[in-house]
Ligand binder design. Structure first.
Ligand code: CP3
Length: 318
């Protein structure tokens, strides 16, 4: 999940001088932000500081982040010609600054803290490319999916190739695990996930797996089609709080590892309630190997750093 961010004073301080894209574009700064949560929170792994939408810049889609409004895509995808026009990226060439941030962060991290690289999944990336930004209903995305399935499949196929190769490049640069974020895929029905998305996620995950790095396949709202979601691939399945973690584990099978699944809002609760929820997840995982304790989604900006630290300590047995 997102670890760094506006809830951290040291991150906000850097953001006073640099835009989020500046931070991402400057490998020294991106590496520095990557280390902030490790130092501050005592977590067991670091996630690279970057964004799933960075590939949109070399794709020519135009990316900006407006304060408080989230991402904005200047040239959204509307029709077949827009997809055909997308260049095929070379991660080393077109996203070399991200790979440099991976190398710098890896070199700066303690040896016992693994570095996680990441990319957006084909569906979630396509949803931003088509909507032109964030969405609640994914109306344009679903319209394209239903009205122009050939265009849709071409778009998701392009995204799958892109992120598969990009993830593998991050592994070559030193990322020891890779995470594929399908943050918004839970807006689909199980049947539509299977028809319109699963083959493309499977391709992205297979390309990434060729690197040999373990992969975390994360989504939110995936409970209604968790078996299909898991069948697309991933050594670890990341789940949100809408399903008890033991139910989810039973459904994906014990041969897979699982990541999750505290509601980020639990960090806003009084300490006894927050700690009860943390203990409940740990109890449901029952000490079985292969549980990565995590939030079910990113840290909310309103969160107190002390609450995050308290959760880390509790999970560590404190
Ligand atoms: O430690 C880390 O935070 C890792 C870096 C990271 C960022 N984005 C930096 C960022 C990671 C892993 C992401 C992934 C990402 N980006 C996802 C998938 C994970 C998830 O949360 O679902 C998605 C959907 C995005 C797209 C994105 N980027 C949105 C919707 C926003 C705006 C939302 C907001 O909170 O304003 C961003 C901006 C962004 N990317 C921030 C961070 C830390 C927000 C903080 C800022 O404005 O500086």
């Amino acid at each position: 999940m997102r670890q760094a961010g506006r809830y951290m004073p040291e991150y906000r301080k850097l953001r006073e001088q640099h835009s989020i894209l500046d931070l991402c574009h400057t490998p020294e700064l991106a590496a520095q932000v990557t280390l902030q949560p490790v130092t501050r929170l005592g977590v067991d792994a670091a996630i690279l500081f970057a964004d799933i939408l960075l590939p949109f810049e070399p794709l020519g889609l135009g990316l900006s982040f407006a304060a408080g409004e989230g991402p904005h895509i200047a040239n959204p995808i509307e029709r077949l010609a827009d997809v055909e026009r997308l260049p095929v990226l070379d991660p080393e060439e077109d996203l070399g600054y991200v790979l440099e941030a991976v190398r710098l962060a890896r070199a700066a991290l303690p040896g016992d803290i693994p570095l996680i690289g990441f990319a957006g999944a084909p569906f979630t990336l396509a949803s931003y490319a088509v909507e032109g930004g964030s969405s609640r209903t994914f109306t344009r995305t679903k319209t394209l999916m239903y009205q122009a399935p050939d265009t849709w499949n071409l778009l998701l196929g392009r995204m799958a190739d892109l992120v598969g190769h990009y993830l593998a490049a991050q592994a070559r640069a030193g990322a020891q695990a890779l995470q594929l974020f399908d943050s918004w895929v839970g807006c689909l029905s199980p049947a539509d996930y299977r028809t319109y998305v699963l083959p493309h996620s499977r391709r992205a995950l297979a390309l990434a797996a060729a690197s040999g790095a373990p992969i975390i396949h994360f989504g939110t709202g995936t409970a209604p089609f968790l078996e299909d979601f898991a069948s697309a691939g991933g050594d670890v399945i990341g789940v949100d709080w809408r399903i008890p973690i033991d139910d989810a584990w039973g459904r994906i099978g014990e041969s897979r590892a699982i990541q999750g699944n505290l509601d980020p809002a639990a960090l806003l609760a009084p300490a006894p309630e927050r700690d009860r929820q943390v203990r409940d997840i740990v109890a449901r995982a029952a000490g079985r190997p292969g549980h990565i304790f995590n939030l079910g989604h990113g840290v909310l900006p309103e969160t107190d750093v002390a609450a995050v630290r308290a959760v880390v300590e509790l999970v560590h047995g404190g």
